[in-house]
Design a binder for this molecule. Structure first.
Ligand code: SF4
Length: 335
């Protein structure tokens, strides 16, 4: 991608501190850019820091005990958001940056009609008459593929199916024409067919409006269908980043390799799968050196002693010593 990015994140670090516990460095030096019309996917296991990274973009996790550390920079259209006034951040949330979360029931208010909630989102950001907000709501519900927008607008959230609720939530997220849409596990609660429809909808809205899409997912199949670029996170850091096709077909980082080899393929759905041993470490106690070294099948003594930099989209010492990959690898399990 060329030209100025819509969003530029530099050295984002979100730490949780309390008087009694050790500092948790949950997001620790994350940098990326997002351009108009593109989709960047942040992927990794639970606890890797991907959702926290997304929430931190508009400072949704900046109350004690969390804090965005000095030196972090988040620029939207060139405007610095770290240190921005709370009123300015409120305008940006839901206005210039829209959010779609995993479970729409927790994002929609159960005691208000869906249409009214979208109207309120519009009125919170735009000075338009309510009649205009109502008309825009019906148009949005139609754009997100709800066949009877009037009926959907009058419904309470529990009267819609999971897929319809997610479409309504997407309508709300795009209601003020955001330039960046953050979709955090937007299809995890849906069945596979509806999941594909929602992903198609997000991609077509991105193409139609030119907004950028930041997709957070642990599901590599979801990512493969929509993302232009992928950033794989582990231990609060990006460990591999690059074009989606390259990362998902020829992963360079052992962690990415392990994630991909743990996914069943359509050619061999019952074949053996790789197992990444161990578990994600605690952010209060990241391992020394490469944070992945206790789980990595290729680790050698250098990995435990020195942390590799993110260089050329890869944070791994194998970049300079590829022969060490040798014949070792992940243990496979047959199901
Ligand atoms: Fe594995 Fe070493 Fe690369 Fe870390 S630096 S991923 S431990 S080979």
């Amino acid at each position: 991608m060329t030209g100025q990015p819509l969003l530029r994140v530099r050295d984002l670090a979100v730490h949780f501190a309390s008087e009694t516990a050790r500092v948790a460095r949950a997001v620790d030096g994350v940098s990326f850019e997002l351009h108009a019309g593109e989709t960047l996917a942040l992927v990794g296991e639970s606890g890797c820091g991907k959702s926290l990274t997304a929430l931190s973009l508009v400072r949704l996790v900046d109350e004690p005990p969390a804090r965005t550390t000095t030196g972090s920079s988040i620029q939207l259209h060139g405007e610095e958001l770290v240190g921005a006034e709370p009123a300015r951040l409120r305008r940006i949330r839901g206005g210039e940056v829209g959010f779609v979360f995993q479970e729409p029931m927790t994002s929609l208010n159960p005691v208000h009609r869906v249409g009214r909630q979208i109207e309120e989102a519009i009125l919170a950001h735009d000075s338009v008459p309510r009649a205009t907000a109502t008309a825009r709501t019906l148009d949005l519900l139609s754009r997100v593929g709800l066949p009877e927008p009037d009926t959907a607008a009058r419904a309470y959230p529990h009267e819609l199916s999971g897929g319809m609720r997610q479409r309504a939530l997407i309508a709300m997220a795009i209601s003020c024409g955001p330039s960046v849409l953050v979709a955090d596990e937007p299809t995890t609660a849906l069945d596979v067919t509806v999941q594909a429809q929602i992903l198609d909808l997000l991609a077509s809205l991105r193409d139609e409006t030119g907004m950028a899409l930041l997709l957070i997912s642990h599901d590599l199949a979801v990512v493969a269908n929509v993302a232009d670029r992928v950033a794989v996170m582990y231990g609060g850091r990006i460990v591999e980043t690059g074009p989606a096709r390259r990362v998902l077909t020829t992963p360079a980082h052992p962690y990415t390799e392990g994630l991909l080899r743990a996914v069943p393929t359509i050619d061999d759905p019952r074949g053996p799968l790789a197992v990444i041993p161990g578990r994600v470490p605690s952010p209060t106690d990241w391992p020394s050196g490469c944070r992945f070294h206790p789980r990595c099948p290729y680790a050698w003594d250098r990995c435990a002693g020195e942390e590799p930099p993110l260089d050329g989209g890869l944070r791994c010492w194998l970049a300079s010593e590829p022969d060490r990959r040798g014949s070792t690898g992940y243990a496979l399990v047959t199901r």
